[in-house]
Design a protein around this ligand. Structure first.
Ligand code: UFG
Length: 334
């Protein structure tokens, strides 16, 4: 696959929206390490200013509002991470998601068009697929999101496809499965934590008494839900490739996962082994909208972009998240 404006390896001037968040901060760090220049735009509604990597410029504000003027300075591309991403909240207050995710992204697309910003990498999600029929999920699987969060990300994907076709935008959407692990001083720290691995690690630090297993009556080997965990640094590497491989007028969509499923019980067991903590667990009712099994086929990303995840080992991801959790705890004792 060839590139249109910036040959592979040439430093680019990039905007990273949501660069103070978990995935955005790791991607911004990797982009800087690869020699690109990075301007982080973040309203700090869920991100943290101290998570913006050294070497990045920072503009505080709403992604779309800032982009409307900032992009006039001339950028090679935008990596758009800024979004609302809590599935439960998206069901209770969908307007926050339609406005915050879809409207913001449309305004960003228009700003890119106005200022001639040539390339976009968008954070999409496995939640666009909903409950899969069977097996590994390819990009050609039907998109039937079971929650508003996934529906808003899918709507943005559709908008990007039509902007690419009509206006020559070079675009790539990356559909993340379950992102885990940490990179350097950058990791997962949400004010409202809903994700399995950080919650389990809060039990290991003593900040939570036990973990609840949301359902043990799924049609899986041990009855608990199965997910495809991917290391955040491997995910970041895919963004580096995507920004270089984007082709004018085309919108490529790639799933990012390791193609291996781990059950909730297997994740808890991995956390017990890594932390040495017994981690008490209790079975609770299923969480609304949770599919039984979500595992990616990432063949397209591997074949088309040459993406090679290096950190597929679940215990390794948990170990990195655990080191990050302990470092934070030591730096900020409660
Ligand atoms: N789980 C528990 N107990 C908990 C937390 C989670 O049993 O305390 C279970 C969930 O029910 C699920 C699994 O652990 O079966 C993983 O849950 P996460 O919340 O960590 O992740 P999800 O699979 O629900 O969500 C992830 C992303 C979403 C995205 C979704 C798409 O975090 O943003 O994948 O598949 F929408």
């Amino acid at each position: 696959m060839s590139t249109d404006t910036a040959p592979s390896g040439k430093p680019m001037k990039l905007v990273v929206t949501g660069g103070a968040g978990y995935i955005g901060s790791v991607c911004a760090t990797r982009l800087l390490e690869a020699g690109h220049s990075v301007t982080v735009v973040d309203d700090l509604s869920t991100g943290h200013e101290d998570a913006i990597p050294e070497g990045a410029e920072f503009v505080h504000g709403d992604a779309a509002e800032v982009a409307e003027t900032l992009l006039g300075q001339g950028f090679d591309g935008v990596l758009h991470f800024a979004a609302k991403s809590l599935v439960g909240e998206s069901m209770q207050d969908p307007g926050i998601y339609w406005r915050g995710n879809v409207l913001t992204s449309l305004r960003l697309l228009d700003a890119m068009r106005t200022h001639g910003t040539p390339r976009l990498v968008f954070s999409s999600t496995a939640a666009t697929y909903g409950e899969p029929d069977t097996g590994l999920i390819p990009e050609t699987a039907p998109t039937r999101p079971t929650n508003t969060y996934g529906a808003t990300k899918l709507a943005i994907d559709h908008a990007i496809t039509s902007y690419a076709r009509a206006h020559g935008l070079a675009a790539v959407s990356l559909r993340y499965f379950n992102v885990a692990g940490a990179y350097g001083r950058f990791g997962e720290r949400h004010a409202t934590e809903t994700h399995l691995i950080p919650i389990v690690l809060q039990v290991a630090t003593g900040d939570r008494a036990q973990v609840q297993i949301y359902g043990d009556d799924y049609p899986t080997d041990d009855g608990t839900a199965v997910r495809d965990y991917i290391h955040v640094a491997d995910l970041a590497d895919a963004h580096l490739l995507a920004v270089e491989h984007a082709i004018a007028g085309e919108h490529e969509i790639y799933n990012l996962g390791n193609g291996t499923g781990f059950s909730v019980r297997q994740v808890i067991e991995a956390c017990r082994e890594v932390t040495g903590h017994p981690i008490p667990a209790a079975v609770a009712p299923r969480r609304a909208g949770d599919p039984a099994v979500l595992v990616a086929s990432s063949e397209r990303a591997r074949t088309a972009m040459g993406w090679k995840p290096q950190r597929a080992d679940l215990a390794g991801m948990v170990a990195d998240a655990w080191r990050f959790t302990q470092d934070r705890k030591q730096a900020n004792p409660a």
